[in-house]
Write a new protein. Structure first.
Length: 60
């Protein structure tokens, strides 16, 4: 069950980053460095989610 909670928390962070990226991109003066950092963080979370889910599939 702890794995499910971890996956849920990562999914929540992934969605929050997506919203933050959209907000930043909608600003009149776009901070490209911040957007790049946010996208990199979002990708790391996505990779971690995929790794956890594929490991889950092997265990089940």
């Amino acid at each position: 069950m702890a794995l499910d909670a971890h996956v849920a928390e990562l999914s929540k962070k992934h969605r929050a980053l997506e919203l933050e990226i959209e907000t930043e991109m909608a600003r009149p003066s776009v901070d490209n460095l911040k957007i790049t950092r946010l996208k990199r963080e979002k990708l790391q979370i996505k990779d971690e989610l995929e790794r956890l889910r594929s490991g889950e599939a092997r265990v089940a």
